[in-house]
Design a protein around this ligand. Structure first.
Ligand code: NZQ
Ligand code: ZN
Length: 388
């Protein structure tokens, strides 16, 4: 295990009906609020009215940034920054899924910065401050509710990049599993795949002697696998939705499950370049690429893949070589993704090999990716070819 520091400043308010805690949370911060939300799901399910009621009760001044896109765009973020400056807003409230939360974080860090917010995504400037931000999560997937990350697309340049900053952690996040009852099946599947992928990026690590972290990862994976299928059959099953929500939050909250471990993240970097060009859902790309990344790298540390197969997928090791066990675990991952309805090939999404060069080069723009096995542009290209 490596030495580490860990800090997570986000307060989590979890449970049915917790939206009515919004007013008391806001009282600690500002009352001039930018309300950020997406394409209308919060109006369809009544959440918008509940939030407005809470805001009115404390006499908040509210301006809105609505229509945040899935794969949120920097052009939308810039509009939010302008609104905050024009109306001297002092708090940002994000109500939605990861895209809404990520856009709100980018607004939060962009307001006090004199240059263009895109500088942060291109590693051209360091984040040193942000407006305070709170969230109400409506889709379990990204972990954005309890981390300092944001992923933003520059559609004009076909780039999708991320930043991570201690300043961008939400002050609080309200997690009410009942708000996810209305998430459609395909987005529920995306949330399952994304949560599992976040664990994979940390679990498949070159670091040794980390038994607690490994078991934390394995338990999240098993909990998601079990509860994912229940939530898909019964969208309003509270326990299943609550378990998925907690898993999503634990899977990516500043590395709590993988303290002292090197992380990989190359599959996420590859996927972001697919979304940047084809605007597909993040988890659709992960579902396609992850099993192929696994096949490409598993020999770098066979023991970890054997452990994964046996502990997470209950592969029976009797009579099998280590390589056969590892491959059975990878196949079980692919089969689960396929069984719940996630895509298996780029072809499933009508994506051909035309842009593989560009995606491979862009993935390594800031250097080789991955720590389980370091990948250069050629290696990324091979993984993408396997994914066609
Ligand atoms: O826009 P609305 O109308 O709200 O509809 C959304 C959207 O169409 C809908 N939805 C959300 N909650 C709903 C609902 N529909 C019905 N009922 C509800 N309760 O679902 C659609 C997808 O929402 P989105 O926010 O895009 O999904 P997700 O949470 O999966 O976020 C994906 C984005 O997060 C980034 C991804 O790259 C992608 O841009 N990521 C962010 C990370 C982070 N901040 O740490 C890490 C991740 O790896 C990921 O890269
Ligand atoms: Zn992800």
């Amino acid at each position: 295990m490596n030495s580490f520091q860990f800090q997570n400043p986000t307060r989590i308010i979890f449970g049915a009906g917790t939206v009515n805690k919004l007013g008391e949370q806001l009282a600690e911060y500002g009352k001039r609020v930018l309300l950020v939300y997406g394409g209308g799901s919060i109006k369809a399910n009544g959440l918008y009215d509940q939030v407005q009621q809470q805001l009115q009760q404390i006499g908040a001044v509210v301006h809105e940034l609505s229509g945040v896109e899935p794969n949120p765009r920097v052009s939308t973020v810039r509009k939010g920054i302008e609104l905050c400056r024009e109306h001297s807003l002092d708090f940002i409230l994000a109500v939605g899924g990861g895209s809404v939360l990520d856009a709100a974080k980018a607004v939060a860090v962009g307001v006090p910065y004199e240059g263009d917010v895109w500088d942060f995504l291109m590693h051209k400037a360091q984040i040193t401050s942000a407006l305070p931000l709170g969230t109400i999560l409506t889709l379990s997937a990204t972990g954005s509710e309890m981390n300092g990350n944001s992923v933003i697309t520059n559609w004009e340049e076909n780039l999708k990049k991320s930043f991570g900053s201690i300043h961008a952690y939400p002050k609080f996040s309200i997690l009410d599993p009942t708000l996810t009852y209305s998430v459609p099946a395909n987005q529920t599947v995306n949330g399952i795949v994304d949560t599992m992928s976040h664990v994979f990026e940390q679990y498949f690590s070159p670091t040794t002697n980390t038994p607690l972290q490994e078991r934390l990862c394995e338990s999240i994976l098993q909990t998601v696998i079990e509860n994912g299928e229940i939530a898909l059959k019964q969208p309003d099953n509270y326990e299943a939705r609550a378990n998925l929500m907690l898993c999503g939050t634990y899977a990516l909250n500043g590395g709590m499950i993988s303290v002292g471990m090197q992380n990989d993240w190359s599959t996420h970097m590859i996927e972001h370049e697919i979304s940047a060009i084809y605007d597909i859902a993040h988890a659709e790309g992960l579902s396609i690429v992850f099993p192929n990344w696994m096949k490409y790298v598993f020999n770098a540390r066979l023991d970890r893949f054997v452990q994964f197969a046996v502990r997470v997928w209950q592969v029976d090791p009797a009579g099998k070589t280590d390589e056969e066990i590892a491959l059975a675990g990878i196949q079980a991952t692919r089969d689960y993704f396929t069984r719940i309805g996630a895509p298996a090939t780029l072809g499933d999404l009508k994506i051909n090999g035309k842009e593989l060069d560009r995606m491979s080069k862009e993935t390594v723009r800031f250097g080789s990716v991955g720590s389980f096995k370091s990948l250069d542009a050629d290696a990324v290209h091979e993984i993408l070819e396997l994914s066609l």
